[in-house]
Design a protein around this ligand. Structure first.
Ligand code: SAM
Length: 433
């Protein structure tokens, strides 16, 4: 029933409002709803969170007194109701009726009348309510992020904000061990799937419409993986050569691990490490599907486990945990979950990870530091501090044409129809004189 799907969305959104990520909250709920309702549930959750800051500010105007923390599911349902009225092509009367009907699942007698009153008042006063929003709420961004984007990227800010509010394209990485991009594009065309070659990665294909991966030709057998073009630049930049030992230090779920192996099947060894054992299982699953081999290892990159010997890796990839400010369109829960104060804490973790891994790199070896952040605090500032503290590290100057040069590396910025926002920098370990 449609009201059940709204109730499921309310429960997922309630979990996110209580602090869970969408990746933690959604999959279990998706499994419980009927197959035909799954895409609606996904749309309700992703769409409501994309518009989250705007809808929260509208809801605040519509409530006589703030909801309590224990009413997070009701808040989720009201936000989801407002999202349907504000942004979806569902007739108003149906959106109101289904959302009000979904209050039954909340076991709060008073919620029905309240939801009805809030949604109907929104329909009567939508123009005045929208006019009263401040600039950050109107752009559906938390104030701290909105201000940082405008301060750090004045020329690109409008495009970044617009991209953050859109559904991202679905991009594939062709497994070039199996076939070339042109051949796979032909396969897609034979299956009636509209697609085009990516703009910056030679292995990328952008689909005109998102698809169930199992409807893509050869997916189960490892012909392609889903990966944004910006993320595909990591393995290309790392440039691992035959016979080398490579450490992918923050590897899960393994998108970049697998790409490194696809590009260089003759490595001596690739160690894929992650602090999160459950996420590390995903690396194993991806390796199996693609027919690739790596050593998976649970471990903290800031304090690497003893089996990783000093100076034993030719190349290290550090795809560091970060604010995800460059991939907001894929993780819209970031808008509600992340706080301004998280950024300094992230930068500290990133610095500890860099210093922890550096001794593992051979003299003459290279380390690629990457984040999916567009914030200078997590990118150039972390690298600049590291270079200041580490006498035997230097920046490698690469002749890259994509993205833009920043103080200590290369930045790709989100833009409508474009790539995710990733930062990359390559560091070399100097050989002792
Ligand atoms: C951006 S994700 C990596 C994505 C991955 N490289 C890919 O392409 O599929 C960051 C990863 O870092 C892991 N992580 C966080 N802190 C870590 C630490 N101290 N040591 C190792 N891994 C860590 C997280 O569990 C997460 O899987």
């Amino acid at each position: 029933m449609a009201a059940d799907t709204r109730a499921a969305a309310a429960s997922v959104l309630g979990d996110v409002l209580r602090g869970k990520s969408l990746n933690q909250a959604l999959p279990a709920r998706l499994e419980k709803v009927a197959g035909k309702d799954r895409s609606l549930l996904q749309q309700l959750c992703y769409g409501t969170l994309r518009q989250g800051p705007r809808l929260q500010a509208i809801l605040a105007q519509l409530l006589d007194k703030p909801l309590k923390d224990k009413d997070a599911d009701l808040r989720g349902l009201l936000l989801c109701g407002l999202y349907q009225l504000d942004s979806m092509r569902i007739p108003d009367h149906a959106a109101v009726a289904e959302t009000v009907g979904a209050t039954r699942a909340l076991n709060k007698n008073w919620a029905r009348g309240m939801a009805n009153a809030v949604l109907r008042r929104f329909l009567r006063e939508r123009e005045q309510l929208a006019a009263a929003l401040d600039d950050a709420a109107a752009a559906s961004h938390p104030r701290w992020l909105y201000e940082k984007v405008w301060a750090q990227w004045p020329a690109a800010a409008a495009a970044i904000v617009a991209a953050n509010n859109q559904q991202p394209p679905m991009t594939l990485r062709v497994n070039t061990c199996r076939q070339g991009r042109a051949d796979y594009l032909a396969d897609l065309s034979d299956h009636g799937i509209e697609a085009s070659a990516g703009a910056i990665s030679p292995h990328a294909i952008q689909l005109a419409q998102p698809q169930d991966v199992f409807e893509l030709p050869g997916f189960a057998a490892g012909a392609v993986s889903v990966q944004d073009e910006a993320a595909q630049m990591a393995a290309i930049l790392l440039g691992a050569a035959a016979g080398e030992r490579v450490l992918d230090a923050c590897a899960a779920p393994g998108g970049k691990t697998c790409h490194i192996l696809e590009l260089q099947p003759q490595l001596q060894e690739l160690v894929a490490m992650d602090i999160d054992r459950l996420r590390l299982d995903k690396v194993g699953e991806n390796l199996v599907r693609l027919g690739l081999e790596a050593t998976t290892l649970p471990g903290d990159a800031a304090r690497p486990p003893p089996q990783l010997a000093a100076a034993s890796f030719d190349r290290i990839l550090v795809d560091a945990p970060c604010s995800a400010s460059g991939v907001v369109r894929r993780h819209p829960d970031v808008k509600l979950l992340r706080r301004a104060s998280d950024i300094a804490a992230m930068a500290k973790t990133q610095s500890h990870i860099l210093s922890g891994l550096w001794p593992l790199l051979k003299p003459g070896g290279t380390l690629l530091y990457a984040t999916c952040s567009i914030l200078d605090e997590e990118n150039s500032q972390v690298v600049r501090r590291f270079l200041h503290e580490q006498d035997d590290a230097e920046l490698i100057d690469t002749a890259i044409e994509w993205g833009q040069a920043v103080d200590c590396g290369r930045q790709l910025l989100p833009a409508p129809g474009g790539t995710d926002g990733l930062f990359y920098t390559l560091l070399r370990k100097l050989t002792p004189a």
